[in-house]
Design a protein around this ligand. Sequence first.
Ligand code: MN
Length: 426
Amino acid sequence: MIQKDVIESANEKAHSALNADYAALGEHLARRGIDINAIKDKVAAYGVAVPSWGVGTGGTRFARFPGSGEPRDIFDKMDDCGVIHQLTGATPSVSLHIPWDKADPASLKAKAQETGLAFDAVNSNTFQDQANQAHSYKFGSLSHSDAATRQQAVDHNIECIEIGKTIGSNALTVWIGDGSNFPGQTNFTRQFERYLDAMHSVYKALPEDWRIFTEHKMYEPAFYSTVVQDWGTNYMIAQELGEKAFCLVDLGHHAPNVNIEMIVARLIQFNKLGGFHFNDSKYGDDDLDTGSIDPYRLFLVFNELVDAEARNAPGFNPAHMLDQSHNVTDPIESLMVSAMEVQRAYAAALLVDREALEGYQEDNDALMATSTLKKAFRTDVEPILAMARLEKGAAIDPVTAYRLSGYRARVAGERPAVSGAGGGIV
Ligand SMILES: [Mn+2]
């Protein structure tokens, strides 16, 4: 991974400026009645999972332009994820994708030990066909019209649970590409009945302490209708399945301008928020870097999460994960910056004066209520994040330390270049 002295010497150069910035911010926050160290401790305790597939270069429907030193397998991916955590101190776990990351469980656990990572939710894949697969998912998986195809998809999900058990994971995330491309192609009701029936079989295989997350997505790859298209349908699924079933919110899986923070609030209120796939979006499921387009929306989502945390909302325990596709950047750099953006949104949301906000809400003082949120959002919390990193032995400035380390050039020497042919959606 990264040599410790590289991080230390990079930190040495930035240390005194950070001390000054942290002291100045601490003074400013103290005037607002906020203890900076308490915020820093919360930020330091926060972690977001990295998806194993995120460390490879993504692509568009048209092409993929691979970078150098692309990971060859799950073990290379875990090395890259380990580097992200080493430099940011913010990504203590990795989320595997089966079958892409299938490997011997003992070797996976050994690699996790070596890289200082734990395993987050396991993701199943019934949106593409694998080699030697008996039945094709071209026309669907868990909701397919053919019973044998549905059973194959159920069996795959159960296999994912079995794999997850061997590596200490305790959640399964299910996203399907099932839907239709033409009006009349499928019967909406029968298709959803078949999906629910199949998911009941998967649910029955969940261990006692596991959760299952279902992820809604408005469109793509199906472009006319999608079986699990929105949070309403997702909520129905979680209700139908039972108390171990929760909804997963991928920020990019909504129509433009949808009020995602309100969806989050609704799911919290009815104890069905399972977790997040963080990313950003301009037009659709763009899978852009978290906070790169609309950091205020990310802040507003975290405002709901901090509100729930503050009032001890029952059963509130969402899983946090990044889910992005990096087409033009070094994936390690993008994931580090994104993890920090998530932390930034969390830190800023912790600065909201909730008592004042509640008062303005009760008094219908719309201007002061929204200004209360803006005041928190506008506060530059970077010294808090950087100090949390420094105290963990991570980098004050992770991207600078990463570039100084020469990690990418080093692994490029060990990992052969891969072909850029073909589409590259990940
Ligand atoms: Mn997702």
